[in-house]
Design a protein around this ligand. Sequence first.
Ligand SMILES: Cc1cc2nc3c(=O)[nH]c(=O)nc-3n(C[C@H](O)[C@H](O)[C@H](O)COP(=O)(O)O)c2cc1C
Length: 307
Amino acid sequence: MNLSVQLAPKHQPGLLLANPVMTASGTFGYGTEYSHLFDIQRLGAIVCKGTTLKPREGNPQPRLAETASGLLNSIGLQNIGVRALIKEKAPLWASWHVPVIVNIAGETIDDYTQLAGELDGVAGISAIEVNISCPNIKAGGAEFGANHESAAEVTASVKAATSLPVLVKLTPNTADITKVAMAVAEAGADAISLINTLKGMVIDTGKRQPLLGNISGGLSGPATKPVALYMVYEVAGAVAVPVIGCGGITTASDAIEFIMAGASAIQIGTANFTNPKAPLDILEGIEQFLEKEGVKDITELIGVARC
Ligand SMILES: Cc1cc2nc3c(=O)[nH]c(=O)nc-3n(C[C@H](O)[C@H](O)[C@H](O)COP(=O)(O)O)c2cc1C
């Protein structure tokens, strides 16, 4: 049975994953945090926490709130910064056979370009995921992803600064995600991942004030799955580059829905917090489904539910 998927077909040497199961940025640390729990190298790829030029402390607490079938977070890109990532994390990744993808975020286009330049040629890094979709920072982030022109500008600039495959991660907090996806593909994105979190809030009725220190946050988890699935369906029908589905995937059946909607790979996020072995369980569930259905190659399932 062949589970491998190519996420950057127009790129040389490309981004070949042994299987379509990836982790979602910000929910799986740097991979190392989970390596004692299961063989993380069985996964298709690991996407690390959103990385900025300088280290960030993130937003004021509280930064997490559980909601009905979901999670609201306002972490605000707390991370160690790109220099520490290159020095402390990449050397270990270079000894792994699972590809590691670095998720990057910035406040200006120049930030993204510099980040891409610094990561270029670093052993242990297989691709860049450009986060133009973080709802939890004051400047930059989702602002770039909400508008098709700025999304294309960031994409083109990052592409020019790196020889690595470039994935661009889209925000659902925009009027027309398909228009943004088409602009990003046109600007040279090798693949498109979606969705990041949906903007939301919770009020602490006892205190009569917003619960999160940042007032608003990003909603993820099972509550968002039908929204994410439909956006993946729409985007996959509009662009020729591979699409990576993300949003509320908790079971193998969820993952297969995204693949049938047109995703070449999927990312597991919030599910890692309730079941740290979720990516492995989902991978094994996909294998069982293929066996049961007599499917020899996972690529046969990509987009089969499209009308
Ligand atoms: C606590 C937390 C932190 C996150 N941090 C990032 C991040 O740094 N960069 C990014 O692109 N997405 C980040 N995300 C978004 C996830 O990668 C994913 O797109 C989103 O949570 C939807 O998937 P899920 O419903 O499976 O969690 C974060 C999500 C959560 C819950």
